[in-house]
Design a protein. Sequence first.
Length: 334
Amino acid sequence: MGEFINPADVPKVKFYTGDEAPCIGMGTFGSDRFTADQIAEAVDGAIKSGYRMFDCAACYGNEPEIGKVFKNAFDEGIVERKDLFIMTKVWNDMHEHVEEACKKSIADLQCDYVDMYYIHWPFPNYHAPKCDVESRNPDSKPFSVEEFMNTYRQCEKLVEDGLTKFIGISNMTIPKLEAVLPLMKIKPVACELEIHPCFQQQELYDYLVAHDIQPVGYMPIGSPMRPERDMCPEDVADLQTPVMQEIAKAHNCHPAIIALKWARQRGEIAIPFSLHNYVSNLKAMTEDPLTEEEMAKIATLEKGNRLVKGQVFLWHGAKDWHDLWDEDGEIVTL
């Protein structure tokens, strides 16, 4: 067995409920480049290395394989169910059937309940797995408060029924949050959003913190292995910027480690995906912090470098992917 990092040494974040969770989790989205079995094998290694948080999703197509890993870990006494923080998400085609989707994920993951259940995208716009970036579903529609809240009410019932402990939201904007937060009976504990050094989303980040919603950053190292359909010529490679290279050299580590340290010290939960470097990612949370000066340097790297643009979710009549993100401060509709 490889190196083990004591989970007690990994810093925690505290939710508005008073509950705590690890400051880093393992992402499991890699289905465009890796098989479900490869990702499940990485999850197995991560558990044995000390990881205790895992970010899953029905649409990743690997929950049954990951579930076998979880069950083996429970059966072998490596961890108890209460030791893991398991997150998953309702996919866009199941917004009307949240309980069914959640129960299927719980069965696939073999975990009895989930700790956090997210609404993966704030609209039911569905696209086929591995479709190309030009694909459009003719049934796609812009964000609807009524539709979103119908889905959210079903998530609130999941909490009431003990199927999940917490509700999460994902890929939201400030205008959308302003519209729906006052309508919720149970406030979301966390919001998952794209965050990396060249796309820091400071305004949205600060809004979440001000409303006691924990930011959870996906693609925290700029996802160099993201699906090819999400790559554009204008994209910036965060880890190759001179600032990240310079700080990494000072710490004698890979720039990816610097990106994760920055995320941790900024206060978010980072959920990097890696088949092989998960031990170093986890260990980075426990040692050799960045200086205030280094944190300030990384803060200057903001370039508006959104990598997950969401083109496949556009509706008929939308101009382009910018319409998904309410950049002018208002929800974009037809």
